[in-house]
Write a protein that binds this ligand. Structure first.
Ligand SMILES: [Zn+2]
Length: 426
């Protein structure tokens, strides 16, 4: 009882519209509904939600008179969106301030704000791929306990990477040191130990940097940062603990090494050649390409005090990344939605739909990337990714028709339900 009371108070404090007991029924009248498994839109569907589960879906369903009706007959109803590449515990403010004046405690204090914004943008689940000081684990626990409104999180903990690589802080005097729970690990033994450490303290997946990055000061944006043996050991160790691996990878060589090592997804995937695309198809590797944020970085990051060197790297990578995405989409590589939220301000996760359609996906395919494909990549397809009997009731609705105008998914969110609880209703 105390638990239910705490949950209710928590929800009221955080702006939930209502909560219901596990036995109450909610009937959603959907004017148009996206079937993410088939990639089609259905007319006039009824969705019956019992507790946190979708009890049934179809036309002309019978339900008890006391059920609560939510009328979305003029809207398009979709499964809750899933962003497979977020950094939900922070967002850029000022390069030097962020590095030298803030501590992880600042980020821990603010993270709940970003979580709420993300949820209200229709993203009911995120795969969070790198946060300082295990803040992601703490945030996940608090959301799961019902204390904070936010998306369901699958988190990586600290990003694993080589000394001087994208997961390290480089470019400064060797006399400067940053105290942190670090993911820096070199050589097979250290890498295996770091994988175990991350899992011990709550990681749901492992994220590592297969190549150099954009928003870090090390040289040569696409160069590999682990040997093939190191990547193989990392993926094997994670598999032993039943965890999937996401590889940050821009350059062609590092991308191929990570695919061969058996990662579940290539993050960014900026320089794909035909062999890389073929390898991804053979191995069933997902591409998670953040093709919206290039615009944000190029227009805003100079104002935030980011070094010109980093912005120049983005110029090198951004355009090619979109071309690579287009080639991969055309070739039929599996694509999951991931935006690198936290590079741009949280709550704008939906802006990438437009770019995915612009660079080769149909509107239905772009929505599949953010629903059923994303659920498959995370390994939760049995519970998420479609509005199907028996799955968790994660349901969003938008005004308008995303098949005609994909940007309604970023601009016109009017309803968000996560596991049967309504968090937004306009
Ligand atoms: Zn990232």
């Amino acid at each position: 009882m105390k638990k239910i009371w705490t949950l209710l108070v928590g929800l009221l404090l955080h702006g939930a519209v209502f909560a219901q007991t596990s036995d109450s029924l909610i009937v959603i009248k959907a004017g148009r509904m996206f079937d993410s498994e088939k990639g089609t839109f259905l007319e006039n569907q009824t969705i019956i939600v019992k507790g946190n589960i979708i009890q049934s879906v179809g036309t002309n369903l019978k339900y008890p008179a006391q059920a609560k009706i939510i009328d979305l007959s003029k809207a398009t109803v979709l499964p809750g969106f899933i962003d497979c590449h977020t950094h939900i515990t922070s967002q850029p403010d000022n390069y030097m301030e962020d590095l030298f004046r803030k501590s992880p405690i600042d980020y821990a204090v603010e993270a709940h704000i970003f979580a709420k914004k993300t949820l209200e943008a229709g993203f009911t689940t995120c795969r969070d791929v790198g946060a300082p000081e295990l803040i992601d684990v703490a945030l996940k626990r608090s959301i799961n306990a019902g204390h904070i409104a936010g998306p369901r999180l699958f988190v990586s903990g600290p990003i694993i990477g080589a000394t001087g690589g994208h997961a390290d802080i480089s470019g400064f005097s060797p006399y400067l040191s940053f105290k942190a729970i670090s993911g820096v690990a070199d050589g097979i033994d250290e890498i295996r130990k770091q994988v175990r450490y991350n899992i011990k303290y709550g990681a749901d997946l492992i994220k590592f940097t297969a190549t150099a990055g954009v928003l870090s000061e090390e040289e040569s944006v696409g160069a590999p940062q682990y040997s093939q043996e190191e990547m193989n050991a990392l993926v094997a160790e994670a598999a032993m603990w039943d965890k999937k691996v996401a590889a940050h990878a821009h350059g062609t060589t590092g991308i191929k090494m990570a695919i061969r090592a058996g990662v579940a997804s290539i993050e960014h995937g900026s320089f794909l050649d035909e062999e890389a695309i073929e390898l991804m198809k053979q191995k069933g590797t997902y591409l998670v390409a953040d093709i919206y944020n290039d615009d944000y970085i190029l227009s805003e990051f100079a104002k935030l005090g980011y070094p010109e060197k980093l912005i120049e790297k983005e110029r090198t990578v951004g355009k090619t990344q979109r071309e690579s995405f287009q080639k991969a989409a055309k070739a039929g590589v599996k694509i999951a939605y991931g935006t690198d939220a936290g590079v741009y301000p949280h709550g704008n996760n939906g802006k990438q739909f437009f770019y995915m359609v612009k660079f080769g996906l149909s509107p239905a395919q772009a929505i599949q990337a953010a629903t059923i494909n994303a659920a498959d990549l995370i390994g939760v397809k049995a519970k998420l990714g479609s509005i199907t009997q028996g799955k968790w009731a994660d349901i969003v609705a938008v005004e308008g028709n995303p098949e005609q105008d994909i940007t309604v998914l970023e601009k016109k969110i009017k309803f968000v339900m996560k596991e049967g609880k309504v968090y937004l209703q306009k």
